[in-house]
Ligand binder design. Structure first.
Ligand code: PLP
Length: 412
């Protein structure tokens, strides 16, 4: 990594190009050369249909098409339209009625929510805690604003949630810092597809409850980007009441995203939603969210906020959107199961998987194995501890075909 000419490095590790888009571009180039049917591009983090076309919920598109100029041209209030703030709480929480003080602030996608939670609830020099398998941009977000990432092991030797590692990392960081932001991406974690079970959640809550004794500021940021692509939407929200059992100095925040749930990736809309124990903490949340939004992206995207407001104001429309999403979710779940079944047949180990856009394979030489597979027209993402496969972007038949190819490339 060379130094910049004029730009400052400021402790960041800045690559020449985004790795994932680079691989995807190679896949597209190969498709143009040898034909689309000879290439499997399992790098993309958006849901594609079996023909390789972006899935867009037609019910959501209809709302978009009906918008009037004032729905998109005007500024939205800094923290988001009031109707949006109410709608997004329902979208994130489902039927759960929180006991505490719930506030929402509009953000550009889940990414905006992650970025401002890190900037608001940690100090320069702090380390943000997340799992060893994690979405790369967490590190980008942290280092971009003078923080860094520390990790704990998501799984123990029994292939279950590693509460011991979580506890150790939490207490080590809290010995050194006055604040701690923990990011847990669940359900349908990127890149493994793991979803924390009810028992896992009990352990997380117990660790953070004990850690809260020292009186420091702790934020549990639940990155729920894939919450509506894991399975039954109510069942996968059962963990929510547990978040409200922790002491007041552990603030749960949900990083909500409209990108996947409403297939509005490019609309850049999401929210930070806090479940505060006291009114004072909720008021502080509102005040600082306004300040930090103003200092980053200013106002959010009004049209996307309007779309969500309209969907939640019309029961019939909401039912239609949910039904349409369920159809595509079933398509996605079948792909994940197909991959799992075929992996088992050829004895290919995968990281504990539940659902969602991605499956991961532990691997000592991810770069080497991915390079071999690229020659055969299979494009995957090499990561620190293994290889990520996007089942969201390829048909079930391809999901069933590639486990044997990966196994072969790994053992050759
Ligand atoms: N968190 C994870 C783990 C993701 O994979 C993504 C998107 O790929 C996001 C958050 C946020 O996406 P967006 O900013 O588009 O809402």
């Amino acid at each position: 990594m060379g130094e910049f000419v004029l730009a400052r490095q400021n402790g960041r590790n800045i690559p020449k190009e985004d790795k994932n888009f680079g691989i995807s571009n190679r896949a597209k180039a190969m498709m143009a050369e040898v034909g689309e049917d000879k290439v499997i591009n399992a790098t993309i983090g958006t849901l594609m249909d079996d023909e390789g076309k972006l899935v867009v919920l037609s019910s959501v598109d209809k709302v978009f098409q009906s918008l009037k100029p004032e729905d998109y041209a005007a500024y939205a209030p800094i923290r988001g339209l009031e109707g949006f703030r109410e709608a997004v709480k329902k979208a994130a929480l489902g039927s759960y009625q929180p006991k505490g003080f719930v506030e929402a602030a509009a953000t550009p996608g889940g990414t905006g929510s992650l970025r401002n939670t890190v900037s608001i609830y940690s100090e320069p020099g702090d380390k943000i805690l997340t799992t060893d398998w994690h979405w790369g941009p967490y590190k980008t977000i942290a280092t971009e604003i003078g923080r860094d990432v520390a990790t704990f092991e998501l799984f123990n030797d029994e292939r279950t949630f590693n509460a011991e590692s979580f506890k150790k990392a939490t207490s080590e960081l809290l010995e050194k810092q006055n604040s701690l932001v923990v990011i847990l991406n669940t359900p349908a974690h990127n890149p493994t597809g793991y979803s924390l079970t009810e028992e896992d959640w009990d352990k997380v809550v117990a660790v953070l409850t004990a850690a809260a004794d020292a009186g420091k500021a702790i934020v549990l940021l639940v990155d729920a980007a894939y919450i509506d692509f894991a399975g039954d939407e109510e069942e996968y929200r059962r963990f929510l009441p547990k978040l409200e059992t922790m002491p007041e100095n552990v603030l749960p925040i949900i990083a909500y995203s409209m990108s996947k749930t409403f297939t509005l990736y490019g609309a850049r809309c999401g929210a930070m939603i806090c479940l505060a124990k006291t009114e004072a903490i909720a008021e502080e949340f509102k005040q600082i969210c306004e300040f930090s939004s103003r200092g980053t992206w200013s106002n959010g995207t009004r049209f996307a906020q309007t779309i969500l407001t309209k969907i939640y104001a019309d029961e019939e429309l909401l039912a239609k959107v949910s039904e349409e999403r369920a159809h595509y979710r079933n398509m996605l779940l079948a792909r994940g199961r197909g991959f799992e079944e075929e992996a088992a047949k050829v004895d290919l180990e995968i990281v504990p998987f539940d659902a969602g856009f991605f499956v991961s394979i532990p691997c000592d030489d991810p770069e080497g194995v991915c390079a071999k597979l690229e020659k055969e027209g299979v494009f995957l993402i090499p990561m620190g501890k293994g290889i990520r496969v996007s089942v969201a972007s390829i048909p079930e038949a391809a999901c069933r075909r590639i486990p044997a190819m990966i196994k072969k490339a790994m053992t050759e």
